[in-house]
Design a protein around this ligand. Structure first.
Ligand SMILES: C=C1C[C@]23C[C@@]1(O)CC[C@H]2[C@@]12CC[C@H](O)[C@@](C)(C(=O)O1)[C@H]2[C@@H]3C(=O)O
Ligand SMILES: O=C(O)CCC(=O)C(=O)O
Ligand SMILES: [Fe+2]
Length: 365
């Protein structure tokens, strides 16, 4: 039995008795072959703490992604947030455009970033700072800006708390001396964290099936990328679309994430990959717009303050795992990421070259 299978046994058993793979249809537009997909780790926050720590670390090492259930965020807070998003996206386009164009914050439609990326979506991208939210609320929700900012602040507060709890567990699970090393960056009053609400409007495929499930004629809602921050906590309504890229012996496969509105999905971001010296992987993912129903997602991107230096933690550097990434400030990383296309592997620009790695090894010894 593989280590992975042993580790994810509680939920693997529910899926398949003896294999860590499920046979499902690929949603990849270029292939409709039946392929083997690894199943996505599910972690129940009500399990024993030591088990949760262990599973989280393994999920971040193997997938950079996991589903979290029994997370403790009240349903009402989530429902209020989803309703604010739905209300905003149902406004006439001219009204919505008053909250844009994105700079990068604000309302955007189809255009993603500054370098020509597009997708079948509209979105609101906001800073999580309550002052920034209340200022933006004036152009987003003219009817009741203080209700809008109240709902967002409450959601951000709850999801940030969850993100910090996850990061503390990861720190402890990794055996990092300073187990608050990750969460401190999000708790900092100058943290550059963001909140994003995405709406993928129904895409009507007259040639395909009407339920949006049988069609192979998908459109990209949000193209392939990794999230640049430390951690992303995503929640969507009950409509499929999110896919993660998983590397296996068969090559890379797009694994469809079965939607679960009662759960959160957690992504490792580029910055956490750098902090863990590549032990955790920043998962590449995308969202498809292939349904007859609107898909709504909301994502909290936990980020460090702009001036913060990001370097692999000392415990993550050993003779068998030499230093992989150079130090950078979050401001520097952001500047580079905004000069690049969505799909660019921007963290690779900060990889140590062989000479630097050798010098670092010598100073370590
Ligand atoms: C094309 C771009 C959009 C993005 C900034 C970038 O230049 C490359 C990263 C993109 C991304 C992906 C994750 C988040 O949705 C996001 C807000 C982020 O921090 O990095 C977006 C950026 C964006 O939409 O502004
Ligand atoms: O909408 C989704 O499920 C994913 C969106 C995403 O990856 C992002 O906004 O960075
Ligand atoms: Fe993303």
């Amino acid at each position: 039995m593989s280590n992975t299978l042993k580790l994810f046994l509680p939920f693997e058993l529910k899926l398949l008795p003896s294999l860590n793979k499920m046979v499902v249809s690929s949603l990849n537009p270029v292939s409709n072959d039946k392929i083997l997909h690894p199943s996505i780790p599910v972690i129940d926050m009500s399990w024993r703490r030591d088990l949760v720590l262990n599973l989280m670390v393994r999920a971040c090492e193997e997938f950079g992604f996991f589903k979290l259930i029994n997370h403790g965020v009240p349903k009402g807070i989530i429902a209020n947030m989803e309703n604010e998003g739905k209300e905003f996206f149902s406004l006439p386009i001219d009204e919505k455009k008053k909250a844009g164009p994105p700079n990068p914050l604000g309302y955007g439609i189809r255009n993603i970033g500054r370098n020509g990326d597009t997708g079948e979506l509209e979105y609101l991208l906001l800073h999580t700072n309550p002052n920034s939210i209340s200022q933006r609320a004036r152009s987003i929700c003219k009817k009741d800006p203080s209700k809008f900012s109240g709902v967002l602040d409450e959601y951000v507060d709850a999801v940030k708390r969850l993100a910090c709890e996850i990061l503390d567990m990861l720190g402890e699970g990794l055996g990092v001396k300073d187990k608050w090393a990750f969460s401190r960056l999000l708790r900092d009053k100058d943290s550059d964290s963001l909140i994003r609400m995405n709406h993928y409007p129904p895409y009507h495929n007259t040639a395909g099936s009407k339920d949006g499930k049988g069609s192979n004629n998908c459109r990209i809602g949000f193209g392939e990328h990794s999230d640049p921050q430390i951690i992303s906590v995503l929640r969507s309504n009950d409509v499929e679309g999110l896919q993660i890229l998983s590397s296996s012996t068969n090559g890379d496969v797009w694994v469809p994430v079965v939607p679960d509105p009662s759960a959160f999905f957690v992504n490792v971001g580029d910055t956490l990959e750098a902090l863990t010296n590549g032990r955790f992987i920043s998962v590449r993912h995308r969202a498809m717009a292939n349904s007859y129903t609107s898909r709504y997602s909301m994502i909290y991107f936990g980020a460090p303050p702009l001036h913060e230096w990001i370097s692999p933690l000392p415990e993550m550097i050993t003779p068998s795992t030499p230093r992989r990434y150079k130090s950078f400030t979050w401001a520097e990383y952001k500047k580079i990421m905004y000069s690049l296309r969505l799909s660019h592997n921007r963290l690779s620009l900060f990889q140590m070259d062989d000479d630097e790695e050798r010098t670092d090894m010598i100073s370590w010894l």
